[in-house]
Design a protein around this ligand. Structure first.
Ligand SMILES: O=c1[nH]c(=O)n([C@H]2C[C@H](O)[C@@H](COP(=O)(O)O)O2)cc1CO
Ligand SMILES: [Zn+2]
Length: 162
């Protein structure tokens, strides 16, 4: 008798994979971030990626990282993947949910995560760990009891032909 297949995706691979796929929608030329919010019983509630708000054209607003005029950089306009995922959810409360994200949440996203009742953050990259924003984020999540841990990479390669 044949049993079930064994090489199916784990829950963590599935949700981080969805977050990574979502990040591939980002138009940011430097850092593409994706996010997937999941209920306690492993149902996907929402997704998001970093980009400009609705109506703010990807072709007219600036993607530059630096410039004399801050109004000509992306930082004052881009909405982070985590905030987009939280705001994209129209089903009610996110209390008790888990959030998978490809980059550690900044302090502004940490505020939204805490206030929306999300209890756990699973992140992949932490390349801005030295910044005040990420340190403030960890301090707030520690104080609020939001658990966070790094995704354990399995080095599985997935090929999808589109
Ligand atoms: O938590 C985050 N979530 C998120 O979506 N972002 C976005 C904002 C920017 O579009 C981009 C960061 O750009 P850069 O790495 O060039 O500074 O990533 C940045 C952070 C910072 O940790
Ligand atoms: Zn953020």
């Amino acid at each position: 008798m044949s049993g079930k297949r064994n090489d199916y995706l784990s829950w963590d691979e599935y949700f981080m994979g969805v977050a990574m796929l979502s990040g591939m929608r980002s138009k940011d030329p430097n850092t593409q971030v994706g996010c997937c919010i999941v209920s306690q019983d492993n149902k996907i509630l929402s997704m998001g990626y970093n980009g400009f708000p609705i109506g703010c054209s990807d072709d007219e607003f600036p993607w530059a990282r630096e410039g004399e005029d801050p109004l000509e950089t992306k930082y004052v306009y881009s909405t982070h993947s985590e905030l987009n995922a939280i705001l994209n959810y129209s089903g009610g409360s996110l209390a008790g949910a888990k959030l998978y994200v490809t980059l550690f949440p900044c302090n502004e996203c940490a505020k939204a995560i805490i206030q929306s009742g999300i209890r756990e953050v699973i992140y992949d990259c932490d390349k801005y760990a030295d910044t005040a924003g990420v340190q403030a984020s960890k301090r707030m999540m520690d104080a609020a009891g939001v658990r966070y841990h790094q995704y354990h990479r399995t080095n599985r390669n997935i090929e999808i032909s589109l």
